[in-house]
Design a protein around this ligand. Structure first.
Ligand SMILES: [Zn+2]
Length: 86
């Protein structure tokens, strides 16, 4: 199913990045990062089939500097909790 990965890189066709065998993510521009950073910045918003970085066990720890805006809570509709009141 997958295309050839001559350098043991996985390409995420959804996010347009490549992920090395050791988990280093190469963004299309800017410095490389981690799976966690990739997820924080891209994959969590895409939510499309075909994204290879949707498994939390593969992402590892997520640091605030990986992309979440500090001091700002973004609405996440699909995580609404029934019965909870704000
Ligand atoms: Zn992705």
């Amino acid at each position: 199913m997958d295309s050839n990965n001559p350098q043991n890189h996985q390409n995420c066709p959804v996010c347009g990045v490549s992920i090395a065998e050791d988990g280093q993510v190469n963004f299309s521009h800017g410095s490389s990062g981690t799976r966690a950073r990739l997820y924080a910045r891209v994959c969590q918003y895409t939510q499309k089939p075909g994204c290879i970085n949707q498994e939390s066990q593969l992402r590892g720890e997520l640091n605030p500097e990986d992309g979440f805006e500090s001091g700002e809570n973004l609405p996440i509709p699909f995580l609404s909790t029934p019965g909870a009141t704000n």
